[in-house]
Design a protein around this ligand. Structure first.
Ligand code: HEC
Length: 149
């Protein structure tokens, strides 16, 4: 007499397990909403990022405030253009950047501050959307030498 409720609860449990399984695949990555280039440039000025940075191909920014040799250019031709994720990391986790920076001690003299308590999530997304297109891939003259035969 009790067999039918037991069977149906087993079937329900299986259905629940299968449901959970298919959900797993949707949790693989961060997916950020699109930012806005114009608002990104405004936030870059509001948060005083320009004090230490110039942005390649953006002439209208206020002049940096640090000594000219300390100004860090963002964008331009680089061997490995920054990915979206790398730029997000550079903006909200500068200490991590310091730990992997390949440059010498002169660059280390000026460390980027942490903006996470002053910068909204919207400003972060807008700034990265503003910066990303200014990174261009460097085309080496001797391409094969970089990667071997
Ligand atoms: C006090 C100076 C200073 C200020 C202000 C500053 N930065 Fe930086 N930033 C640096 C320095 C120095 C580096 C070089 C890497 C490091 O931190 O050693 C850097 C690196 C970066 C990088 C990585 C650049 C690359 O291509 O590798 C990004 C992106 C960046 N900053 C964005 C910002 C943004 C956005 C703001 C404002 C919210 C900001 N910075 C404010 C000093 C500053």
């Amino acid at each position: 007499m009790k067999t039918i409720p037991l069977v149906s609860s087993v079937i329900m449990a299986l259905a629940l397990l299968t449901g959970c399984d298919s959900g797993k695949n949707k949790r693989a990555a961060f997916v950020f909403p699109q930012g806005d280039v114009t608002r990104g440039q405004t936030a870059f000025i509001t948060l005083n990022c320009y004090e230490c940075h110039r942005v390649d191909g953006v002439p209208g920014l206020p002049a940096p405030k640090v000594a000219p040799e300390k100004v860090v250019l963002l964008g331009g031709e680089v061997a490995l253009p920054r990915t979206y994720g790398e730029l997000i990391t550079a903006v909200i986790h500068p200490a991590y950047e310091h730990s992997i920076e390949p440059e010498g001690p002169s660059e280390k003299a000026l460390e980027m501050p942490d903006f996470n308590r002053k910068m909204s999530v919207a400003q972060m997304l807008d700034i990265v959307t503003f910066l990303k297109p200014h990174y261009r891939r460097l085309r080496p003259l001797y391409y094969d030498d970089y990667y071997g035969p």
